[in-house]
Design a protein around this ligand. Structure first.
Ligand SMILES: Cc1cc2nc3c(=O)[nH]c(=O)nc-3n(C[C@H](O)[C@H](O)[C@H](O)COP(=O)(O)O)c2cc1C
Length: 157
């Protein structure tokens, strides 16, 4: 699978139960695909026991920001296991909150999709989440996509 080039996204959600004002949570992912146009459905795959998996068991709203080649550092930070606090990471990352989900959407991303979980499918040590698309946002068109291939972040060209 390392030989399959993939676009890199940030899966995000707001955890209302963490702290007094809740907490924004993010996770770098490549397992993101479109599933259906009518109705609009997309899919993500979450490792069992990850922070995002634990959160999306409890609440059904989440979002995906499609990262640009200029957002490698963001991808790296949100992929670190055992990182101290997503709250601190989001403090340094310009973003807004999606009106349909309350999930953080990364400024400057190529696109963003807000979703509600429609189906959960246990699959080995991951859980597949099929999400109904509630809203989409197209970001800046300049800058190419961030890719992952052979264990490294890459750009087109
Ligand atoms: C390029 C890349 C792609 C990833 N794709 C996924 C993915 O699709 N699903 C997933 O569960 N984890 C994926 N991960 C791993 C998570 O980003 C990482 O395990 C998670 O952020 C660590 O958080 P945790 O401490 O809650 O496990 C990916 C990591 C990298 C670097």
């Amino acid at each position: 699978m390392a030989r399959l080039a993939a676009g890199v996204v940030l899966v995000t959600a707001h955890d209302p139960e963490e702290g007094a004002r809740g907490e924004d949570v993010g996770m770098t992912a490549t397992a993101f695909m479109s599933v259906s146009l009518d109705p609009p459905l997309v899919l993500i795959s979450l490792r069992d026991g990850s922070r995002m998996d634990e959160l999306l068991e409890r609440q059904e709203l989440w979002a995906v920001s499609v990262l640009t080649e200029g957002q490698r550092q963001t991808a790296g930070r949100f992929a670190m296991k055992g990182r101290l606090s997503d709250r601190l990471l989001f403090q340094e990352l310009p973003h807004t909150h999606g009106t349909s989900t309350g999930a953080p959407l990364v400024d400057g991303a190529l696109a963003a999709v807000e979703c509600r979980t429609e189906q959960r499918i246990a699959a080995g040590d991951h859980t597949l989440l099929v999400g109904r698309v509630l809203a989409t946002r197209l970001g800046a068109s300049e800058g190419g996509p961030l890719l992952y291939h052979s264990g490294r972040y890459r750009s087109l060209g």
